[in-house]
Structure formats: structure tokens, C-alpha cells
Design a protein around this ligand. Structure first.
Ligand SMILES: [Ca+2]
Length: 275
């Protein structure tokens, strides 16, 4: 109907607006408060993509702004500038890691998103991780980390095949309660694909969320609260560490040669980390 109305409107001669006296003052509409950004909304859930309907979509992700607004510590969070400064370990650790790309195939906002293509038939080995990584130096673990992911072509080949976001405090120089000398602490938030912790790593705590099988062909919002979780998991509010590393991943572990292929394409877009 809108299209028809638009066509009709283009066919009709434009109506002349009534002339107003030039000196008549116009009443100003009241200023509305800014819309609340999605990162401030707790929880997670499916969300309709806004592709093609930007004027009807959700508010934009947080941008660096005034002191009252949360500042996203991730640079290039919507992948509009390409890959940098995101990176992966595909070159440094090709035994376990695979690459990711940035493309215009499936943006959530803007023109691009990160693309993680998992396909066990292309790689040997039991473990394969595709992840987009960024590092920064906050004073504490970030209070809030979130963003959107989208899964397509999910084929389960093994039980441990999942999406997760990992927050690592690197080279903690404080005494870590309950530990025996390791220098970094991690929380892995599973986002979809597993119902129990997929690995046992002494300095990594898992916090499980999301469905056992990922929702497909929809952008899914996720949001977690690492600072509170680090305090709960370790009983300590870490402050003296070298930097924080965040990884947004899709991966599999313990994939056997006799298993069916593990496949899936995962897009990430509009990621954020707020101190
Ligand atoms: Ca984008």
C-alpha cells in the first residue's frame, strides 16, 4: 500500500503548501529524550533483521559520545572499516584456528559484518576455532559485553559444536583466589550449541546460555556481564592486569574422523564492550 501510495503521490501534481505569514513564529516540539540503546536492555532473544528497513529497525549500537553515554571499547564494532583491528589466531596457530572474513553478504547494520565459516571437511583435526578477537585495556573487566550473531547452514557433526564469547583478563598481577599461579582468568559464555561445559580448563569458567541448537537465519542479540561474573566466579574484582581480550567464536571440539561434518556459517555484527 505504501508503494502504491508513493507511486500515486509521484503521479499527482504536488500540492502547493498554504503560504504562511513570514513573521509568524512556529511552536517548537518538545525535545524527546534519546532512545535507549539495546545494550542497556538485559537478556537476549531473537530479533528481526533490520536489513532494508533501517528507519524501522532498532536504535543503532552505542557510539562514543558524551560522558553520559556508554562508550564502546571495541573499535570498528560493526566491521564497516574492514577487519582491523580485529584479528584471529589462524596464522599463529593454524593447527586449531581457522580464519574469518568481513563481507557485505549479511550485514545487520551498515554494509558489512564478520563471517566465520566453519566446515570440518576442509580441515583435519579434532578442534577448529573461528573467532574474531580484539584487545583493550579497561580498568576492570567490562561490565557489559554483547552484540548480535546470525547462524546459517548449521550441520551438527559432533556434540561439542557451539558459539561462544570469551572474556580473558590477561596477565593478572594480583593474587588470584583459589588458583595456583596461572596468570590469566577467563569466562567463556556459550551462546548456542551446548548444554554443558564443553571443556575443562583450570582458569576458564563456563557460563552456559542459548539453545542446544542455534536459531538459524535470524539475528540474535546476546549480552553478558563479565565484571559481575568475574566477581562471582573468583570472588575478586580484578584490577591489575595487562589487558582484556574478547573473542567471538564458533568452534568444535573432539570431532572424530568418523563423525559427520561440522558445518555452519556464523555472522557477528554490532559488537560492544562497555566498561
Ligand atoms: Ca555492520
Amino acid at each position: 500500500m505504501l508503494l502504491v501510495a508513493g507511486l500515486l503521490a509521484t503521479l499527482q501534481p504536488p500540492l502547493q503548501p498554504p503560504a504562511l505569514p513570514p513573521s509568524q513564529p512556529q511552536a517548537q516540539p518538545p525535545q524527546r529524550p534519546p532512545l535507549v540503546d539495546p545494550p542497556r536492555q538485559p537478556g537476549q532473544g531473537p530479533e528481526q533483521p533490520r536489513q532494508g528497513f533501517p528507519e524501522l529497525g532498532l536504535p543503532d549500537p552505542p557510539q562514543p559520545g558524551t560522558a553520559d553515554e556508554p562508550v564502546n571499547m571495541l573499535v570498528n564494532p560493526s566491521f564497516e572499516e574492514g577487519i582491523e583491528p580485529w584479528f584471529s589466531f589462524a596464522e599463529r596457530n593454524p593447527i586449531s584456528w581457522g580464519p574469518f572474513t568481513v563481507s557485505d553478504a549479511m550485514p545487520r547494520t551498515g554494509a558489512q559484518s564478520a563471517v566465520l565459516e566453519m566446515d570440518s571437511s576442509k580441515y583435519p583435526g579434532k578442534t577448529r576455532i573461528h573467532g574474531a578477537i580484539q584487545e583493550f585495556k579497561p580498568r576492570h573487566a567490562p561490565a557489559t559485553v554483547g552484540g548480535w550473531y546470525r547462524v546459517e547452514g548449521w550441520e551438527r557433526g559432533t556434540k561439542k559444536q557451539y558459539l561462544q564469547a570469551v572474556v580473558i583478563l590477561w596477565n593478572v598481577r594480583e593474587r588470584i583466589p583459589g588458583s595456583r599461579g596461572f596468570g590469566n582468568v577467563q569466562i567463556a559464555y556459550t551462546l548456542a550449541g551446548v548444554e554443558e561445559p564443553p571443556l575443562s580448563i583450570s582458569n576458564r569458567k563456563f557460563i552456559l546460555s542459548g539453545p542446544p541448537e542455534p536459531v538459524q537465519t535470524e539475528w540474535i542479540h546476546f549480552e553478558v556481564h563479565p565484571r559481575e561474573d568475574f566477581k562471582q566466579q573468583w570472588g575478586f574484582d580484578f584490577e591489575d592486569f595487562e589487558y582484556c581480550r574478547i573473542l567471538f567464536e564458533v568452534r568444535y571440539d573432539d570431532h572424530q574422523e568418523t563423525d559427520a561434518p561440522s558445518r555452519g556459517t556464523v555472522y557477528y555484527d554490532d559488537l560492544y564492550a562497555i566498561e
